[in-house]
Design a protein around this ligand. Structure first.
Ligand SMILES: Nc1ncnc2c1ncn2[C@@H]1O[C@H](COP(=O)(O)OP(=O)(O)OP(=O)(O)O)[C@@H](O)[C@H]1O
Ligand SMILES: [Mg+2]
Length: 155
């Protein structure tokens, strides 16, 4: 098994939860305060540890890539809650899924130029992933985080 010197076991989390953002197939994402910084934290139950470690490794490989959420160092395991946590830059604003729902609810839609910009950012992000031999495998609007001008892809 790969050595992970950045995996720390602690029942005293290094972060304070500010707000729950949402959850998907295997994780829950929170806005947290960590080392005086507001960041996003993804918490994954230990049953899904392999998938979480893969995601961490992929995001680490992709750090600095355009239009991909930026990972922070450090992976924390809590025996008390049986969860693994890792951290990313926090992108404020509603995800793409919620934005589409809101627009639809108001009888609106994205403009053609917004659609082109979103498609372009996704294409650039995926091209970078594929160049690093990483397949995203979970493309969905909810993984499009952040504001209108910048929507980094998360996993
Ligand atoms: N770095 C981030 N900053 C702000 N919001 C984020 C960040 N990463 C993810 N989110 C948001 O958190 C919410 C939950 O994400 P999502 O539904 O993808 O759950 P998940 O835990 O990643 O599950 P899955 O593995 O199925 O994708 C979504 O609204 C997503 O846009
Ligand atoms: Mg996700």
């Amino acid at each position: 098994m790969q050595k992970r010197p950045w995996l720390v076991e602690s029942d005293k989390p290094t972060y304070q939860v500010l707000k729950w953002i949402g959850g998907g197939g295997f994780g829950q994402v929170f806005k947290v305060l960590r080392n005086g910084q507001t960041v996003a934290c993804k918490q994954v139950q230990l049953d899904n540890a392999e998938a979480a470690l893969d995601e961490y490794d992929h995001m680490r490989l992709l750090r600095g890539a355009p239009h991909i959420a930026t990972l922070h160092d450090g992976l924390e395991f809590s025996r008390k809650t049986n969860t693994l946590s890792f951290f990313m830059d926090y992108y404020r604003g509603k995800d793409l899924d919620r934005q589409v729902q809101m627009l639809k609810g108001a009888g609106g839609h994205f403009t053609e130029s917004q659609i082109i910009e979103i498609g372009y950012q996704i294409a650039v992000a995926l091209e970078f992933c594929h160049g690093m031999n990483v397949l995203h495998q979970d493309m969905k609007p909810m993984n499009g985080t952040g504001e209108a001008t910048r929507r980094p892809l998360s996993f």
